[in-house]
Ligand binder design. Structure first.
Ligand code: CP3
Length: 340
């Protein structure tokens, strides 16, 4: 069984020899070869240059032979393609001019999103060619809700209040923004599917900022529209962090696989979902900053918990911390490969 088959089978809850594994943020600051490229190029230069984005995508595959590669990019390329540009400042993070009025939202231009993101198609084609049939390739986009949070704050924030306030106080304007984002994300993911990705992941990293009863209307509904527009052409993984009260809403999005953070037992989430929906996760990312012995023990705990169940894609419960050690990542992967 190739890595690619193992990954796609697990996404579809079909039999595998062992769970496939990849890591959210596997391409990036934990790797010395990524940091070396950052000496010469800025983050956005790496993202926007197809040859460089392809190279960064392949770096973790060469080192760890993960079952799947995720294209090196960022969720904020979609707001940028809509006309809200951003910068990544070393040590400071993301900065963009926040959306502050109905006029700002009205100006978002949905007419040429895919043309403006053509560099991502080019990078995907280069990566697909290098990977051949050996390794699966994952495309991605941010969920409309998570994108709206960043766009209204103008970058990262301690507490994402602006999108929630708009949701409660001006529903028609909130919906106008969400319709634009849903259309743009759908078109962008369809473009990625046309380049031959094996699956797409929708990152709703800020889904957990919502009240349980608000989740369906503020986030789930729009994810559902995106998933429907993709017409089951590839499996869709929906990762919504911190939403342990909303499994029913998440199952209703039409996702084939749900990403699960580290605060819940994976087998319990799997048991609550319809049999044909898989789970992805959920090692606490912090474990990768400890020791190989602890990593092996915690990895085995999750594998034992999921023993005998189909539909498990091994991953962390959120992104790889920049301080994770390479020997700890290797210990996690070896434990999964040799698990019996
Ligand atoms: O998973 C991968 O390896 C693919 C690449 C990837 C990046 N960002 C590269 C990146 C993916 C899938 C993302 C998604 C993303 N981007 C999310 C959702 C996932 C999550 O982590 O919750 C979000 C919220 C963003 C927006 C974003 N991009 C933020 C908030 C930041 C700054 C904070 C941070 O973690 O550094 C980024 C920058 C970013 N995106 C880096 C990388 C490798 C760091 C750039 C660097 O320091 O070189």
């Amino acid at each position: 069984m190739t890595n690619r088959q193992r990954f796609t089978n697990a996404c579809r809850c079909q039999p595998v020899d062992r769970p496939p594994v990849w890591i959210m943020r596997q391409a990036g600051r934990a790797l010395p070869e990524y940091r070396a490229l950052k000496e010469k190029y800025s983050f956005l230069e790496l993202v926007r240059t197809p040859e460089l984005a392809a190279e960064v995508t392949l770096q973790p595959i060469r080192r760890f032979d993960f079952d799947a590669a995720i294209i090196f990019s960022d969720i904020l390329v979609v707001p940028e393609a809509l006309g809200q540009s951003y910068q990544f400042l070393e040590g400071k993070g993301i900065e963009m001019k926040p959306l502050q009025s109905a006029e700002d939202i009205g100006r978002l231009d949905t007419t040429a999103v895919c043309e403006r993101l053509d560099y991502v198609s080019k990078a995907l084609r280069l990566v697909r060619k290098s990977l051949g049939d050996r390794t699966a390739l994952i495309g991605f986009a941010g969920a409309p809700w998570t994108l709206a949070c960043f766009m209204l704050e103008g970058g990262g924030a301690d507490d994402y209040t602006k999108a929630r306030r708009l949701f409660y106080s001006d529903r028609p304007l909130f919906e106008r923004l969400m319709e634009k984002l849903t259309g743009a994300v759908s078109a962008y993911l369809r473009m990625q599917i046309e380049t031959g990705v094996d699956a797409v992941q929708i990152f709703d990293s800020l889904g957990g900022t919502l009240a349980s009863d608000a989740f369906a209307a503020a986030s789930g509904r729009w994810i559902t529209e995106v998933v429907a527009s993709l017409q089951s052409r590839v499996p869709v993984i929906v990762f919504s962090k911190g939403v342990n009260g909303n499994w029913r809403d998440l199952a209703a999005t039409g996702a084939q696989v749900l990403g699960v953070d580290w605060t819940v037992r994976l087998s319990e989430v799997r048991a609550r979902l319809p049999q044909n929906i898989g789970v992805q996760g959920n090692l606490d990312p912090l474990v990768l900053t400890t020791t190989p012995e602890i990593v092996a023990a915690e990895t085995r705990r999750i594998l034992n918990d999921m023993r005998g169940l189909t539909g498990h894609v091994f991953n962390l419960g959120h992104g790889l911390p920049p301080t994770a050690s390479l020997e700890n990542i290797a210990a996690m992967v070896d434990t999964i490969r040799t698990f019996a």
